[in-house]
Each structure stands twice: as C-alpha cells, then as structure tokens.
Design a binder for this molecule. Structure first.
Ligand SMILES: *Cc1c(COP(=O)(O)O)cnc(C)c1O
Length: 488
C-alpha cells in the first residue's frame, strides 16, 4: 500500500519555507568564507572516487536524514568555483541572483518543449537570444535557441548546416556522398564527435594545421578544399574556434568568412568559451567577423557567470534553425507558413528542457548587459596579469601569449629533456590537486604537457597568482631534489 500521508508530508510547505531560509544563510556563509578568506579553506578536498561513494552510501545506511547536514556535506565535498584559488576548467563562479533564478526554474519545472509548457520562460529565452544576437552584430533576421551545452549546440548547428548546404537530402535519404567540414587541429573534441555522430567518419573531418599561436592557418583552407574536391569529398562547412579550449586561441574569423562566402559553404563559430567576447568593448576585436557566421555557439556557464548548463545557439538567419531536424521539403513548407518560434522543441534536441533562459535573463534584468562586459574584460585582464607573472619568472614558460583568460604554461628547465619536463609538470599538477589549496588543470599540446589555468574568478588577484607560482616551484623542487626541499 502506498503511504500517501508520508507522500503529502514530503511536500510540506512549512518545512520548505524553513529549510529554504536556512539554506540561503548556509550558502551566503559559504560564499562569504570562500571569497573573503580564501587562505582559510581549500578549493577542493581531494578524495578518491570509491571512498567518496562509500561515504555517501554510509550516510544512507545510517539513516541520516538531517537536511542541513546534507547541504553542509555537499558544500564541503564539492569543488569551490567561487574560491579565488580556483583557476581550473572553464566554468564561471555563478552570480548568486542567477542561482536563485535557477532554483525558481527547478521548482516550477516547466518543460519548455512547447509554448504552453513554459510560456514565461520561452519568452524570456527569446529575449536573451535577441540580446546575444545584437551583441554579435547580427541584423533583425537573426535568432536562435538555448540548449544544453556547447557540445550539443555545435552538433545542432552542424545538422542545420548539412540540411542547407549538402547537395543531397541526407535527413530523408541517408548518406550517398562523403560530406566533410574543415576545422583547426586544435578545435574542441566535440566537433569531431559531431562529425562522427552524423556518420561522416574520419574522412568527414578535415583538420587544418595551426600556427605557432595555435590558430588555424587560414591560408591553407583553399588548398585543403581543392584536395577534398579532387577526392570526391563535399565540404559543406568551416568551423572557426573562438577560442580553442587548450590555449584560448582565436581563429581569424574574417578570413574564414571570406573563404566560406567565396565557396558558398556554412560558417560556424564554436564560441563556447570565447563567444562572450562580443560583450567586451575592450576585447571585441578578437572576434571580428563573428557577425558573418551562419551560426554561433556561446556557453553562458563558462564566461557569463550563469549556472550550468546555459548555452545559446544563434543563427544569422533564424529560418535556418527550422531546418535542423527537417527534410528539405518540410523546410520549404515551413518557409511558406509563419515559423513557430515559441514551440522550441522543433529546433532543439531537447523535448523537455530546463528553464535555461531565466538564469541569464535574471542577470541582464538586475545588472544590465554591461555587467557581462565588466566580467569578461576583468577575467581577460587577469589572463594578462598571469602571463606577466610567468614571463618574469625564469622557472616557467608560456605555451603562447594569452589572448583571453586561458593561460597555458609549464615549469621549464633547460637541463631537462622533453619527456622529463612532461613528467615533472604532470607530477607537480597532481601534487597541487591532492593538496587542494589551488585548482589548475593540464593539457597536452603538440606532445608537450602544459599546466593550464582559466582565470574565471574576478576575485582572483595577483597575490593568488604569485602564491600559485611559488607553490608550483616548491613541488617541482621537492620532486627533482627531495632532500633540499625537506631542509628548506
Ligand atoms: C567547453 C567547450 C565546448 C563544449 O561545451 P560544453 O558546454 O562543455 O558541452 C565546445 N567547444 C569549446 C571551444 C569549448 O571550450
């Protein structure tokens, strides 16, 4: 027999009210201690994955139902992205207002697929999308959708590209011809995944080599394009990286736009990380030409202080978005009638979708779009500050001069072979991870292992940067010469 009394009790409104008030206090205390006393606590408390599972299982077995304790444990056992010594993967410290908006969305649980199931949030999403289109520099024909992450958004955009640019109707008839796209060899792995998901195989991704700053050598596009044509491969798109994930390098979007226009192929910009640069008056020149792209992807959770997952997928011509999951004939038919912008599932992978737009909208509504400029410009400036600290210290070298808030660097010692340098940097990064006072990541570029930071927290200062560098040197010293380190 189901216990309905227990079920109704679980929805108890008084409990919710009280728990909610306590939770907000708990979260505010957490933010206060994390941001204001970064030296007093760790960025992450490194725990072996299996031990972590065992701990959470034990709490269930012991029947610990105290919800305040649960939230406290969750806070304690998670990585703290608001911590000024968090400099790892590309994720924004969320703005509190956006987290509150997210909570409202979670409670309302509107499904979003069709207008009735999310009328306010559908409209809010449209306003956010239009705000982004304007910042990109698109005209009034532009539009788009919000979706669950840059990876999915890239695949969605490429499906629209295939529908509109391929010479055959792949959606209805399957593949007859070998299709392909061109992208830099430093692009995010999700572009290659999208190609393989679409069934184009390894031949479907043509990787253009990059220069010494890891940007696509756009002068090679023509050569690779002609070679593909000779081999019977139909190139339908070029994907520009703005920027690359590893080194934060921005492809020359103007050159890519010129090329795509010349050959009537689709230009897509993977701006998952750096698309938000359009909001920065100071750094906008990095994405010059983005307004000529047929489609652009932008992750708000990486560079616009919004909770995960918040991604905008913008099209220069919104009509294109209706062809993503449709045959050519349907597209024409849809063209003849008013496209239903408000039934979002027509254009997204999601049927049920989180109320994504409300989180971004809450920021724009309370602080204005200019806050995005303040955030992006501040973080990119921090990238420069970090690079200057590296350049002044002979123990380190940069992979390349940073263009944004991603900086790749490594401990360097002339006396060590490449293999030994890789080992050293790998071990130092592991030591930092297990110590938990800082969080940074690593990446391999052209067989060299680099340490990598994303300056994503506006509360990070030169002090935290200098402290990090000293700590890295300390660990390097321990590893190369354990005795001296112990004595010091
Ligand atoms: C992070 C990233 C992605 C993937 O985006 P998700 O939101 O993590 O799915 C794609 N491209 C680039 C350039 C990225 O930096």
């Amino acid at each position: 027999m189901p216990d309905s009394t227990k079920l109704f009790q679980a929805y108890n409104i008084d409990s919710f009210r009280q728990q909610g008030h306590r939770l907000i206090d708990q979260l505010a205390d957490y933010l206060e201690s994390t941001i204001e006393s970064p030296d007093a606590q760790k960025v992450l408390d490194w725990i072996d994955p299996d031990d972590q599972v065992a701990w959470w299982e034990k709490a269930l077995v012991e029947g610990r139902t105290d919800i305040d304790a649960f939230f406290a444990e969750l806070l304690q056992r998670s990585i703290h992205v608001h911590h000024p010594k968090y400099m790892g993967h590309q994720i924004s410290p969320t703005l509190p207002i956006a987290a509150l908006a997210g909570m409202v969305g979670d409670l309302l649980n509107n499904g979003m697929g069709i207008y009735e199931m999310g009328s306010a949030s559908t409209a809010v999403e449209r306003v956010v999308v239009q705000t982004v289109c304007q910042a990109i520099g698109y005209d009034e024909q532009a539009g788009g959708v919000m979706t669950s992450g840059g990876s999915l958004a890239n695949l969605t955009a490429l499906l629209a590209a295939r529908s509109l640019k391929a010479s055959s109707d792949v959606w209805s008839e399957g593949s007859h011809k070998q299709l392909a796209l061109m992208v830099s060899d430093e692009a995010h792995y999700c572009v290659e995944r999208a190609v393989r998901i679409m069934g184009w195989g390894a031949t479907g991704i043509i990787k253009i080599p990059t220069d010494d700053q890891y940007r696509m050598k756009t002068h090679l596009l023509e050569k690779y394009y002609l070679k593909a044509q000779e081999e019977g491969v139909e190139v339908i798109a070029v994907v520009g990286s703005a920027c690359t994930t590893s080194t934060g390098s921005f492809d020359d979007l103007v050159a890519i736009a010129d090329f795509c226009e010349r050959h009537n192929i689709w230009m897509h910009v993977d701006g998952a990380h750096g698309g938000a640069t359009v909001f920065s008056q100071k750094y906008k020149p990095l994405v010059k030409g983005i307004e000529r792209a047929d489609s652009v992807v932008m992750d708000f959770h990486k560079t616009l202080m919004t909770p995960s997952i918040t991604t905008a997928l913008l099209y220069k011509n919104e009509q294109a978005s209706y062809s993503t999951f449709a045959t050519k004939a349907q597209y024409l038919w849809q063209d003849a009638v008013e496209p239903e912008w408000y039934n979002l599932a027509k254009r997204t992978f999601e049927c049920t979708k989180l109320m994504i737009g409300v989180k971004a909208y809450s920021i724009i509504r309370t602080h204005g779009v200019s806050l995005f400029d303040d955030y992006v410009s501040t973080c990119y400036d921090l990238g420069k500050t970090f690079a200057q600290a590296i350049e002044m210290d002979a123990s380190f070298e940069l992979a390349t001069s940073p263009e944004c808030n991603i900086v790749c660097f490594r401990l360097f010692d002339e006396g060590l072979e490449e293999e030994a340098l890789n080992d050293l940097n790998r071990q130092v990064r592991q030591a930092i991870l297990e110590e938990g006072n800082f969080y940074i990541v690593q990446t391999v570029v052209r067989n060299k292992l680099f340490l990598r930071v994303t300056l994503t927290n506006p509360f990070t200062t030169e002090k935290e940067i200098k402290d990090l560098l000293s700590r890295l040197k300390f660990h390097a010293k321990c590893l190369t010469n354990p005795l001296t380190a112990n004595q010091s």
